[in-house]
Design a binder for this molecule. Structure first.
Ligand code: AMP
Length: 434
């Protein structure tokens, strides 16, 4: 489980982190809180030959004459106390490491890479600026597993591969170090593009990231904009012309703006590829390669994916350098481990009666929402029509629907006004707080 972690712990934790890119310095270093030289066996032992001596140590009598000097009991106690403190600290360090290992094992974390910094277990250990810390404490209690590891890794300037699901807290996992990164760069000047770029597959996901990130950007005085297709270019264009620090974008719309020279990626030094597997599934690889090709090679890159197939591994090896690899849960499963799954295999003719039987049960529970996935757009449309005729409060989204209709349907579902949503895999991920 913790392969590569034990050795990385000491090296990374005590060393403080240099940043791998030009103009990138300024991160608070993760110094060893126990102080330098702590744990060196010479520390305590060296004083044993001193004049006051310690338990069981005989005084030399060369300068003291033949009589042994009596031991001052207070000094003797002090020495004992020092010794105890030393051992208590040593025990704490060992326990910390053991606890970290246990935590990693308990949370089913796979962590790989050299010099991995110690996870953070409280918000105030992450070295974020005060406004960020305050917002975190106002909303949540503790970092999620992904955040515990991704924050110190990303804050150290390292590249990161995170195999993580939507809902794991990964958005704050990558955006808060990104915001900190911007604050450590020289300010943008006229004509400069964004410093942080988050590329992700769908408009829904882009808006969700914007929603999570906006308060933190605002608190730190940073501008943020969201670029996606299916909406008018005007407002997005205006934001880009004004200049923005953080851009969250789908690949197609970003490429449009880059080709039209509305913005550029010369200043971008923190890149996040979110839901990388989904972007590849949707055929965005050529655009992603073009976009990344325009970003300086000494950038910091974080890549998140729900699954870890060969295509994603290839992308990672092309775009990331010496990354820390982080996975929570099994690499063979794409499903969220917090969701109980019950699979029923049945004949085609039995599907609809069973569906309505289940819906009857669900609708009796207050505030219960149901998401029904259909394989094809046609099937989704047909089933929705049939259900509505039968009086079910159901709506449908898929790729052929207008963006405005998709937005409206999603908000109806989010707010619980229409508690049944039928969808093709356009909604497979990233509906967020529905
Ligand atoms: P994700 O899509 O993985 O970024 O997950 C986002 C959801 O997790 C949002 O609803 C956040 O408000 C929530 N979240 C993020 N960080 C935490 C945390 N440390 N504790 C509890 N919930 C969190």
């Amino acid at each position: 489980m913790s392969r590569g972690y034990g050795s990385g712990y000491d090296a990374g934790y005590g060393g403080g982190y240099g940043a791998p890119m030009m103009g990138y310095g300024g991160y608070p270093s993760y110094g060893n809180p126990y102080g330098g030289g702590y744990g060196a066996p010479g520390g305590y032992g060296a004083s044993r030959g001193g004049r006051d001596g310690g338990p069981g140590v005989k005084f030399k009598n060369d300068t003291m004459g033949s009589k042994l000097r009596p031991v001052d009991p207070r000094k003797f106690q002090m020495k004992l106390a020092v010794k105890l403190t030393y051992h208590e600290h040593a025990a704490v360090t060992r326990r910390d490491q053991a606890e970290v290992d246990l935590w990693i094992a308990e949370n089913n974390v796979t962590l790989d890479g050299q010099g991995i910094p110690r996870p953070v277990f409280e918000f105030n250990e992450a070295s974020f600026a005060e406004p960020i810390e305050n917002l975190l404490y106002a909303h949540y209690q503790r970092p999620t597993v992904i955040q515990s590891i991704s924050w110190p890794v990303a804050m150290s300037g390292r590249d990161l591969i995170g195999i993580a699901q939507t809902g794991s807290g990964k958005t704050l996992g990558f955006i808060l170090p990104g915001i900190t990164h911007v604050k450590n760069q020289p300010p943008r000047t006229a004509g400069d593009g964004p410093i942080v770029l988050v590329v992700l597959p769908t408009r829904e996901l882009a808006q969700q990231v914007e929603e999570v990130a906006k308060d933190y950007c605002k608190a730190m005085g940073l501008s943020l904009t969201c670029l996606f297709g299916g909406a008018s270019k005007g407002p997005q264009l205006q934001d880009l012309r004004r200049g923005v620090d953080v851009v969250v974008a789908t690949p197609g719309r970003l490429m449009d703006f880059l080709e039209e020279n509305v913005t550029n990626l010369f200043r971008c030094s923190y890149l996040v590829l979110d839901e990388a597997d989904r972007m590849l599934d949707m055929g965005f690889e050529p655009q992603i390669r073009k976009i990344v090709g325009q970003i300086r090679p000494d950038r910091q890159t974080l890549m998140f994916s729900a699954t870890w197939p060969k295509e994603v591994r290839t992308l990672a090896s092309d775009f990331l350098s010496d990354p820390v690899f982080l996975n929570v849960g099994s690499l063979d499963l794409a499903a969220n481990h917090n969701i109980e799954q019950q699979v029923e295999v049945m004949d085609e003719y039995a599907k609809h009666p069973r569906l309505f039987q289940l819906l009857d049960q669900f609708m009796k529970q207050s505030q219960c929402k149901t998401l029904i996935f259909c394989e094809t757009k046609r099937k989704a449309d047909d089933l929705t029509r049939m259900m509505r005729q039968d009086g079910w409060p159901a709506l449908c989204i898929h790729g052929d629907k207008q963006q405005t209709e998709r937005d409206w349907v999603l908000s109806e579902f989010r707010e619980g006004k229409t508690p049944i949503l039928l969808a093709t895999d356009v909604a497979a991920r990233g509906l967020g707080q529905t």
